[in-house]
Design a protein around this ligand. Sequence first.
Ligand SMILES: O=C(O)CCC(=O)C(=O)O
Ligand SMILES: [Fe+2]
Length: 317
Amino acid sequence: MTEFSEIPVIRLGDRSDADLAAEFRAAYGLTGFGYIEDHGIDPALRAAVFDASARFHALPLEQKLKIQVNTSHRGYIPINTSTDVNSTLADVKKPNQSASFMMMREDDRADPDVYLSGANQWPDLDGFRDTLNAYVTAMSDLGRRLMRVALLAAEVTDTSILGAFDTPTIWLRLLHYPPQPDTSPDDLFGSAPHNDFGCLTLLAQDEVGGLQVRTPAGHWVDAPWRPDALVVNVGDMLNRMSNGRLLSTPHRVINRSGRERYSVPFFFDPHVNTDIAPLPGTGEPQFEPLKFADFLRGELEAAYDAHKPAQSGNNSA
Ligand SMILES: O=C(O)CCC(=O)C(=O)O
Ligand SMILES: [Fe+2]
């Protein structure tokens, strides 16, 4: 295992997938994280999303609770209602110190054959839904481009899995981290050490900072704000598809800045009914196949009060 001390920067511009693949391989085969710049996402659109997030989090609590997160994982996730108990990375007992609004794919209705399908729950805020949808459209296009590059980087020879991203699983999360006092215990996190579940995470963050990425030796490297950059990382499913060639790296958030922190991760994943296995060209399989929906169900039921079967809720608070 090779140590790293900083997160690489990759500029996209109009470069071809093949041209980007080598840089991707170097970044994601070592750190699992990169700053993606010159990505084509309109800064004004991104600013509108942060504005929408600030307006949402400023709403009275009772208004947010009217759209509390449901079993299709859409709506308001209050502070102290998720705990990364599945984490093998730290002994996590305390719930994450963040609140968020979560939207997923805009389905008309829940389909019993599609885990997490359903309609989004929206707050009563002017322009909120349109802004988020415009951002999701732009980010999904970027996600498809990055997935193509990632598969090339992993030397995948049959890229038909890309069809599973035509109706992707997307998650757009408007996160708000209140400041943690300096006196807060060491095992209290804005976001406890974890790996992301899916394929690609494209994170926009504000200037406050607080995101940290774990090195193989167990050190934590800061991933500070860079103007206009997206922090892009590989999740567990892309790690499996690439047969371990692209790394899913643990990360965490601690907000001891004394300021409010806002961040907006966009998770770009395949349809939940996709079989996930090492793809052709990546060598002798190091992972057993699994269905994405089954994996997600296990993770969400362990971590979120809203998904715990036959329980009244807040047992982790
Ligand atoms: O807020 C951040 O910077 C990171 C959030 C994160 O890691 C996640 O939501 O998976
Ligand atoms: Fe994450």
